[in-house]
Each structure stands twice: as structure tokens, then as C-alpha cells.
Design a binder for this molecule. Structure first.
Ligand code: 6PG
Length: 241
């Protein structure tokens, strides 16, 4: 578990670009020594802005995207193609324009493919176990003003799930109510954990996450990478540091 590093950009766009450039360099570096790179994605506005920045970057061709396995830290339990799904928003922002191998893009089943969120979570966990070797090279995480990451909300019973890779989340405090999330145990099997956060409303969540606040206050504080933990934040989100 590594101590958090902080990378401050002027604004939200700067955060997306800083994280995108570092992601391109890191994926190229990982693929120089390994056959595949495992990348965890996030929803939220920055979770998509990073893909717009990657798609617009001349450096995007330095990565062999067919060797990148793509996962989601969480997904809203909605049918494939629904505009509120994280994968759809990431795709529309630019992810779909990359030459990914569709077999290596591991989407979480929605109600069109699984009877309930529990079965979807179980199927996703089985896929992580089958292909993921249980470790992610880079895990991207947006952070909510309440300190949530993925769909692990402070104070929600699903937050502290243990002995599991995934969890079905119901009655989420943020809509939609039903979701599937990786657990802290799974998120913490990441070499690099990168938080991408912007805006003054996130200042408290950023300070708590970096300070290592308890779980009832901050989910972000419970996740750290084994080789690095980086907070890409803008000046507004950094004001309480
Ligand atoms: O599932 C969700 O409801 C969102 O994906 C959410 O978890 C988001 O990632 C964070 O709230 C950060 O969002 P921003 O990047 O827009 O700040």
C-alpha cells in the first residue's frame, strides 16, 4: 500500500489531460514487459473526460489497444446500451474509437442479461477471476462529494463487503438504485490507483481521502495502489489540502 501523491492541474480539463497522458505512457510501459494490461474504468464526468482526452491525443497510437483488458470498477444495473450506463458514457466520450478487442472489454451484465444484480455481480466476479488474475495495472476512480468510489458509499451496508470480488448494491444513495461494484478487496489489488477529481464540491472528499479518513467518512481513503496512489485533482478540489 502506497502513500498518496498529488498531481494538481488548473481545472477539470487539465485533470483529464494529465491523467490521459500518464495513462498512455503507463500502458505503453506495462505492455513493453507484459502481454496484456488490465485497466479499471470509472463513471462520472471525469471518467468519461479522460477518454475524450485519450482519443484526441497523438500519443494514443503508442498503445496497442488490442492488448488492453478493460474492466469497470462499478456499473449501474441498467440494460446494455442505456445512456446512463458507465460503459456507454465512456464509449461515447472516446473509448469506442480505440482499437480495443471486444473480447477483452468486460462489461457488467444489466437486467437484459442477468435476472438480478446479485447474479450479475457473481458473473462479473467469475470473469475477473478467469481473466484478471485478480490484479489491475491501473484502476481509475472518480470520487463523489460524499467520498464514494465505484459504488461503495460510506455508511451503505454493501460498502464493507468482505471475502468477495464484487457486490450487488441496492438502494444506492445516488440514482440509479441498483448497481454492481468491485469491493475494496478487489480495488486494492491494483498496482496503480488513480483518483480523478475536480470541483470545489469535492474538496472535503479529496482531503479525507488523502488523509486516510475512516470508512464511514470516506471510501476513497480505503483504496490504495501497491506501487502508487495518485490523486489527479484541480485547484478547486485541492483547496482543503
Ligand atoms: O455511478 C455513479 O453514479 C457515478 O459514476 C459516480 O460514482 C461518479 O463516478 C462520481 O460521483 C464522480 O463523478 P464526477 O467525475 O462527475 O465528479
Amino acid at each position: 500500500m502506497t502513500d498518496p501523491q498529488i498531481d494538481v492541474s488548473a481545472d477539470k480539463d487539465g485533470v483529464a489531460h494529465a491523467a490521459a497522458e500518464r495513462l498512455l505512457a503507463t500502458l505503453a510501459e506495462v505492455l513493453a514487459t507484459k502481454d496484456e494490461a488490465h485497466l479499471g474504468l470509472t463513471g462520472g464526468s471525469l471518467g468519461s473526460a479522460i477518454w475524450a482526452a485519450v482519443a484526441a491525443s497523438p500519443a494514443k497510437d503508442s498503445v496497442d489497444w488490442s492488448k488492453v483488458r478493460v474492466w469497470w470498477g462499478d456499473e449501474r444495473y441498467l440494460p446494455a446500451g442505456d445512456a446512463d450506463r458507465n460503459d456507454v458514457q465512456n464509449d461515447e466520450a472516446g473509448l469506442a474509437s480505440l482499437r480495443l478487442d471486444p473480447e477483452k472489454v468486460h462489461r457488467v451484465d444489466g437486467p437484459d442479461r442477468s435476472p438480478d444484480a446479485e447474479e450479475s455481480a457473481a458473473a462479473y466476479a467469475a470473469t475477473v477471476r478467469e481473466h484478471g488474475h485478480g490484479a489491475f495495472d491501473v484502476m481509475l476512480l472518480g470520487v463523489g462529494p460524499d467520498g464514494h468510489v465505484a459504488s461503495l458509499f460510506p455508511g451503505h451496508p454493501a460498502q464493507l463487503t468482505s471475502d468477495a470480488i464484487t457486490v450487488a448494491v441496492h438502494e444506492s444513495p445516488k440514482p440509479p438504485p441498483d448497481r454492481v461494484s468491485l469491493t475494496f478487496e478487489a480495488l486494492n489489488r491494483s498496482d496503480r490507483v488513480w483518483f480523478i477529481v475536480a470541483g470545489a464540491d469535492k474538496a472535503r472528499a479529496v482531503a479525507d481521502g488523502i488523509a486516510g479518513a475512516p470508512a464511514e467518512q470516506s471510501s476513497a481513503a480505503q483504496v490504495r495502489g501497491s506501487t502508487e496512489t495518485v490523486w489527479f485533482v484541480d485547484e478547486a478540489a485541492a483547496t482543503d489540502l
